[in-house]
Structure formats: C-alpha cells, structure tokens
Design a protein around this ligand. Sequence first.
Ligand SMILES: Cc1cc2nc3c(=O)[nH]c(=O)nc-3n(C[C@H](O)[C@H](O)[C@H](O)COP(=O)(O)OP(=O)(O)OC[C@H]3O[C@@H](n4cnc5c(N)ncnc54)[C@H](O)[C@@H]3O)c2cc1C
Length: 380
Amino acid sequence: MASRRELLKALGALPLLAGCAAGTTAMNTSPANFTPSGLPLRRVKVAEERVIRTIAGLRPFRPNGFNVSRERRGEKALIHNYGHGGGGISLSWGTSQLAVELAGAGNGESCAVIGAGVMGLTTARLAQDRGWKVAIYAKDLPPDTTSNVAGGQWSPTSMYEEELVTPAFRAQFDRAMAFAYRYFQNLAGPRYGVRWISNYNFSGESVEENFQHRYAGFYPQLRELGRHEHPFNAGGVRHYNTMLIEPAVFLPAVMQDFFAAGGEIRLREFASADEILTLEENTLFNCTGLGSRMLFGDEMLIPVKGQLTFLLPQEEIDYNILGNGGLYMFPRSDGILLGGTYERGQWSLEPDPTATRRIVSGHRAFFNAMRDPWAARATA
Ligand SMILES: Cc1cc2nc3c(=O)[nH]c(=O)nc-3n(C[C@H](O)[C@H](O)[C@H](O)COP(=O)(O)OP(=O)(O)OC[C@H]3O[C@@H](n4cnc5c(N)ncnc54)[C@H](O)[C@@H]3O)c2cc1C
C-alpha cells in the first residue's frame, strides 16, 4: 500500500501533468528541476503566522574533537564518550561503539551510563548487546536534552577544528563515522524516524564542502549542479543525499528498546566526578555532554549555541537546504525547521529575537525567489 508521503508526492506531480496537457512547459524534463526522483521541488511557505516555536540548544564542542577514552579511578573503569559538537546525532552509534569496545564483554555484569542524551542511550543499547546489565543515571531525559534540540541531518560536521586534531583522533573519527553510517541505515523507516533525503548546499568552497570531498562515499548522489539545473535563485549548488533523523521519534524509540532489553533509568544529578565514583557499578560510561566540563574539569569543552525556528509542517517538502548565508532548512514531521546560529561560548538557552527575525526573513527571501510553478508566492 502506498504511504501517505508517497501519495502526497504523487499528488504534487498532478498539476504538472495538467500543465503538460494545456501545452505549457514540461517541467519534469527541465534541468531546473533536478531531483534524483524526477519529482519537482516545492516551495517552503515562510510567514510569521506559520511559526509554531523557537528553541535553542548548546552544542558540546571540543576544538580538538570528541573524547572517547578509558581511565582507571581506583576500582572503577571510567569510559568517556562526550564532546560531539554539532554532529552528535550523526556519530552517536559510532563513538558509542568505540566506547563499549573499551569496556569489553559484559558477561552479565552491571555497568552505569551517566547521561540520557543520544550518547547515553546509544552507549546503553550497545552495552546491552555486549552482555552488560545497564542502568542509566541522568538529571534530564528526552525530551529535555540537547539531543532533542538537534536538527538531525546525518553529517558529522562542526565537530572539531581541522588543525587541532591528531592522527589518532582522525582514526577514531573515521571508524565511528563508518560504523554510524551503516548502523543508521538499518533503522531507516517510521519506527526510528530515519529517512534518506536530498540536500542542496550553497555554501561554496567551505570547510564543509572539503569534508564532503574527503568523505564522498558517505554522501551518495554527490553532484555539482549548474545555475540552470536547480530552481533556486543562486549560482552553483551541490546536491547529495543524507539521512535525516527526527530526534523526537528516534530518541524515545531507542529508550523503548533499552527498557525492552531490561534497562533501568534513575533520575539523578551529580555534583562532581567523585560523586559518580560512589556508584555501585565498577564500569562507568560518562555520556554527560556539556556536563563533562564541570564534572571532569574539561576546559576544552565549550558551548556553541544554536537557535531554531519551526514552521507548520509541509509534507510536500522533501529536501534539505544548507549554506544559504549560514541558514539551513530541514523538513521534519514536527515542523519545517529553520536554522540557525553558531554562537561560541554562549551559555544562555534563551532564544534571541533578533536572530529569530534574521532566520525567518533570510528564509523568506530565499524561498520567495525560488521557482515553484505550482505555488503562489509566499507572502510576508
Ligand atoms: C541547534 C542544534 C542543531 C544540531 N543539529 C545537529 C544535526 O543536524 N546533526 C547532528 O548530528 N547533530 C546536531 N546537533 C548536535 C547534537 O545535538 C549534539 O552533538 C548531541 O546532542 C550531544 O549529545 P550528548 O548525549 O553528548 O549530550 P546531551 O543530549 O546534552 O545529553 C547529556 C545528558 O547528560 C546528562 N547530564 C549532564 N550533566 C549531568 C550531571 N551533572 N548529572 C547527571 N546527568 C547529567 C543530561 O541530563 C543529559 O541526559 C545539533 C545541536 C544543536 C544545539
């Protein structure tokens, strides 16, 4: 049976057929409507009256990259898995796999995972798969974690500064990326809120573009489009596919799997590393994200604030936009996500109204200038 999304896509093509019958331009053969599926791109309706919420979150950024490592504290094995900046959803299964490998096989023993964001939940699940009996301790659970604020594009970027990382880190990164890329593919579908989607990237020769060249195998259908091969009012555009992971679906689904495998969650806030070390379990995974700065004195770890505004959902929109003057758009079932900001060292979780106006007006100008033969121009 056709899904609702497939049905809407098919309906989206109907005016096109009507246009052909009336002798108008056959848009589906026009290079200006390049899509791998052959279906045309529709315009996002950006208007103040369609705004449903604005939120902010703090990316746990370490310029020298995430910390996945093991240390001994007395009787305890302490395994760190934190500091994933703007790519933690993407790399989650990957660095969590590295972390559980550092713990070895569980053989029915108990371990504790501190933190219930994406790192805590995926570490906990993979530890269960390796035979550990797992308890999660955290002060916040989904939907109140940074992981719930994430956009959810599968692309492990904005995670480190190129010139600061070591070859050893790069080896960890490459393994984590390959593992996560394959693991997420197993989860594609509505149960985990994971799907493949086209991306149109306008950012030019940026760090992110170089990243995609280096890791081209992770960005299928990577193709440079000329000015006349897309419907946007812009020059060259890069097309590629990524997965889009909806945090509001994915995180509760992983939590359900954790409970189904016998896991327990205990709400608890720790004031120090010493307090964590009083837990009864001898193997402890630290997945506290930005919390690791205070708990473990990691001064490398800083917040990078990100702000997002959501519009009413539009099911006919099935592509991501990136690099429109630093802005990005992801179409999710909980709304059209408009980003974004990157404010280093900013600890406030309060959305900034000036940033909101910039995000909304920037997207409105962008989509008003887009060619969509089936939509009236979006109004202010
Ligand atoms: C605006 C924005 C957009 C983003 N977009 C993307 C994207 O498109 N793709 C992508 O891959 N990533 C994206 N990210 C990044 C991603 O959200 C993070 O890298 C990821 O959520 C980090 O996960 P975490 O589990 O380490 O931290 P968190 O989700 O912050 O979880 C930390 C957990 O530790 C607990 N904790 C902390 N301190 C203590 C304490 N003292 N005692 C007890 N518990 C404690 C917390 O309560 C929480 O349960 C985005 C982030 C933001 C803010």
